[in-house]
Design a protein around this ligand. Structure first.
Ligand code: FAD
Length: 367
């Protein structure tokens, strides 16, 4: 049996671990947990109305969203982890009309977008009573994924599937015949390596003489416990501006998220994030004071960005696979990327030109 080491147990690494053929491979996943984006994420799965012009990224994000029914079935995800709750978009009336047109066009190739409805101000409030009456666009196919719950569940599934999980930081060195993986208490000689470490791919690959185009971005999110026990019936609200409102189970409401380029690797929760996110939702709420007097839990994580904001994933060498740069849409694209990487190892199939530029656009050998 060949030995595979996965370095990084966010959404890509844990999904990959679950889809690898455990009759062919002995699988060990190393995860330090620090800075993880998946555990800090907002959970919005709704890529179709993005105005990004990158066609390859859109193809990947669209297929990533379409992959969810298979993921739900294969990993047995229940409603506490993923819910097709629908998405509301709040904009000025002219913006809504052009978004509705875009949605109809994109639905031709992405039927999973579901029903598309322009809502009156009163209808919007029926869909999500926390909002004050305002017109909105509703798409029924949008969903929410609880990143923390997904990781906890995927960890249990992976362990039942025979994966060994080591909660330690690892480093990789190349050896004469095998990759050498070292953590505080473990040493592993691996035939195959997957580096799925978010922005930390940069220091990991630098040790193997690769230069990586990746930078860290700090993201903060506020999680409020509210008395609204019906919250799991409500759709996600993508508001105009930086803040979105994401209702989860049992009255848990997330407000997110900041995009702090200057924050880089920093993981400190800040008052400025509270002010930005609470004031960003203020104008849209029926009760503008709803969040301003409560103390939330903070989630802080580090997103990974390339210079052109597009992800990269796949073989760098025949036995070394990497994936990173998922930016702010990695909950949407990450599970599908993990699945594609597993297919590479299980069946050695790899055809992803329609999803990304060649990997040497982002990673270059330095000697
Ligand atoms: C605040 C916030 C909100 C977001 N909201 C959304 C959203 O609504 N929708 C959406 O689609 N996306 C969202 N994202 C983006 C998404 O969360 C990320 O793109 C995605 O989770 C990245 O997954 P990953 O597996 O590549 O990396 P990560 O989840 O960052 O996991 C990498 C793991 O590798 C570990 N690691 C690093 N180095 C080592 C090492 N040497 N040894 C062992 N382990 C190591 C890290 O500790 C970490 O646990 C959000 C992100 C943030 C921060």
């Amino acid at each position: 049996m060949k030995k595979i080491a996965i370095i990084g147990g966010g959404i890509i690494g844990l999904t990959l671990a679950n889809y690898l053929d455990s009759t062919k491979f002995e699988i060990t996943l190393f995860d330090e947990g620090i800075g993880q984006a998946t555990g800090a994420s907002a959970g919005i799965i709704s890529p179709w109305l993005s105005k990004r012009r990158n066609k390859k990224w859109y193809q990947l994000a669209k297929d990533g969203a379409a992959f969810f029914p298979k993921l739900i079935q294969d990993l047995k995800l229940d409603e506490t982890i993923y819910s097709a709750c629908g998405t509301l978009l709040l904009r000025e009336q002219t913006g809504l009309l052009s978004l509705a047109e875009l949605a109809e066009t994109r639905k031709k190739e992405a039927p999973e977008i579901g029903d598309i409805q322009l809502l009156s101000a009163e209808q919007t409030q029926v869909y999500l009573p926390l909002l004050k009456p305002a017109p909105a666009l509703y798409v029924s196919g949008g969903g929410r994924l609880d990143g923390r719950a997904y990781l906890a569940h995927a960890t249990k599934q992976a362990e039942a599937h025979g994966v060994t999980i080591i909660r330690e930081k690892a480093i990789i060195q190349s050896g004469d015949t095998h990759w050498q993986v070292q953590s505080a208490t473990q040493h592993l000689e691996a035939d195959l390596i997957a580096v799925t470490a978010g922005p930390f791919v940069k220091p990991l690959l630098e040790k193997l003489a690769y230069q990586v185009d990746i930078r860290p971005q700090k993201g903060q999110l506020l999680a409020f416990d509210t008395p609204f026990k019906e919250s799991h019936h409500w759709p996600v609200a993508m508001l105009d501006g930086e803040a979105d409102l994401i209702p989860f189970m049992n009255g848990k409401i997330l407000l997110g998220a900041t995009h702090e380029n200057d924050g880089g690797w920093d993981l400190t929760p800040t008052k400025e994030a509270f002010t930005q996110l609470v004031s960003g939702t203020h104008h849209f709420l029926e009760n503008p004071e709803l969040f301003s007097k409560q103390t939330p839990n903070y989630f802080v994580g580090t997103r990974a960005y390339t210079s052109d904001f597009a992800p990269f994933f796949g073989p760098l060498e025949e036995t070394l696979v990497v994936a990173s740069g998922l930016g702010s849409s990695g909950l949407t694209t990450g599970p599908y990327i993990g699945y594609l990487l597993a297919n590479y190892f299980n069946e050695t199939t790899w055809q992803t030109e329609h999803y990304q530029k060649p990997i040497d656009t982002y990673i270059k050998k330095t000697c």
